[in-house]
Design a protein around this ligand. Structure first.
Ligand SMILES: *Cc1c(COP(=O)(O)O)cnc(C)c1O
Length: 403
């Protein structure tokens, strides 16, 4: 049996897998067991922010692994304390709770909202989220993920969830007035919902409505955070100040790590026993988190990543202009981009497969959007080589269509 068959036999089928057995990752490339190289424009779904086998990250991982792998939350966890301080310094005054994944970050957020809610004088109930949001898949939070096929079929935790469409402040306010929610939760750029950025007007308006109606203003930066969009967190570009920030994906440098940063209203609401996790955070993950922070802030990684993202976007926009019709829209920020194609789902899938065959790994969101989550370390030549291949694939399909 080959690896694909063994996978199907032994592992539950919760993902549609590409038939590629990755042997190693180096820099911005993945290599399969045949030695074929793939430029990784997907980065393990926004995790490998600095590419693969980053020498500095590996060095820091090695140093920590020689000290201890795990100690439990009974002891002071020095790498975690240091990382929390640094994340607070780069965002809002407050305190951090560390977990091991994005969904666990949302779980902690929901429990914290619940603790806050019980202390309000007025009645408060539930959480408002946006249509096509994604906030995790565990039973406690799956209802917050408003995508067909994800949340409807399972028994979920019993708290009200209210859905509103993005960009509609009137609708948001009427939900706040009518339902008296405790919190508003949104991704600054809806990720799996289609790389849809929320406008600054909407984010600022939502923040103002939250203040007016005593609703917690919570931002899910699990995908957008840690420099991916050009600033440490994406909300920072809209000039808003959240009461709570959810993070995961990029911060662990490839290891599982997630959590929340809770501002002044929330930071002291958990008491011992209210919440916890054995592993969160693994000292290894926290040490890698500190290494990621070093690269971003002490080794110029954030600034250079932003410049590389600007270059990549310019090239994509150039391609859009040159082709005129194939690319309907390019959206997103920094190294989180969606290229909406004027093509049906089948054609977009065939483009993804052709690109993969040529050694470029891209993802698809909402069927017709090529989702690009390149590493902040993407080099000019790498961006250029992708643009060239993408252009050729789009043009070759144009010729097919006109024959
Ligand atoms: C990926 C993601 C999650 C869930 O994270 P997991 O680590 O997969 O549980 C939640 N919210 C957003 C915005 C995400 O992109």
């Amino acid at each position: 049996m080959n690896w694909m068959e063994r996978d199907q036999n032994a592992i539950m089928s919760t993902y549609q897998r590409l038939p590629i057995a990755v042997e190693k990752g180096e820099g911005n490339y993945l290599y399969d067991t045949e030695g074929k190289a793939y430029l990784d424009l997907f980065t393990g779904l926004a995790v490998n922010l600095l590419g693969h086998s980053h020498p500095y990250l590996l060095k820091k991982l090695g140093e920590q692994s020689e000290k201890f792998l795990h100690i439990s939350n009974i002891f002071l966890n020095q790498p975690a304390i240091e990382l929390a301080e640094r994340m607070i310094e780069q965002s809002i005054p407050g305190k951090v709770f560390f977990a091991n994944s994005g969904a666990e970050a949302t779980e902690a957020a929901v429990k914290l909202v619940h603790k806050w809610k019980k202390e309000q004088k007025e009645e408060k109930r539930g959480i408002v989220v946006l249509e096509k949001s994604f906030h995790g898949r565990t039973l406690g939070v799956v209802k917050l993920t408003r995508q067909p096929g994800i949340y409807q079929d399972f028994p979920a935790a019993d708290y009200p969830v209210f859905e509103t469409v993005p960009e509609d402040l009137e609708q948001l306010e009427s939900v706040m007035v009518k339902e008296k929610p405790a919190a508003f939760l949104a991704e600054p750029i809806l990720g799996s919902g289609g790389i849809t950025p929320l406008s600054t007007d909407f984010l600022q308006g939502a923040e103002a409505l939250c203040r007016k109606h005593n609703v917690l203003f919570c931002i899910d930066e699990i995908q957008t955070g840690i420099g991916r969009t050009g600033t440490f967190f994406a909300y920072q570009q809209a000039g808003v100040i959240p009461d709570m920030i959810l993070f995961a994906k990029g911060i662990g440098g490839g290891l599982p790590l997630g959590g929340i940063i809770a501002g002044d209203k929330l930071k002291n609401k958990f008491a011992p026993g209210d919440h916890g996790t054995t592993f969160g955070p693994s000292p290894l993950s926290a040490a890698l988190g500190n290494a990621v922070m070093d690269v971003l802030f002490e080794q110029n990684g954030l600034k250079e990543g932003r410049q590389r993202a600007d270059y990549f976007r310019q090239q994509l926009e150039g391609l859009q202009l040159e082709l005129k019709t194939e690319i309907e829209e390019i959206r997103g920020l920094g190294m989180m981009l969606g290229v909406k194609l004027d093509a049906d789902a089948e054609k977009v899938k065939s483009i993804q497969e052709a690109l993969l065959h040529r050694g470029f790994m891209v993802n698809i969101a909402q069927q017709t959007i090529i989702r690009l989550l390149p590493p902040l370390t993407l080099q000019k030549e790498e961006a250029d080589s992708f643009i060239q291949a993408f252009k050729e694939e789009l043009i070759s399909r144009r010729q097919e269509a006109s024959v």
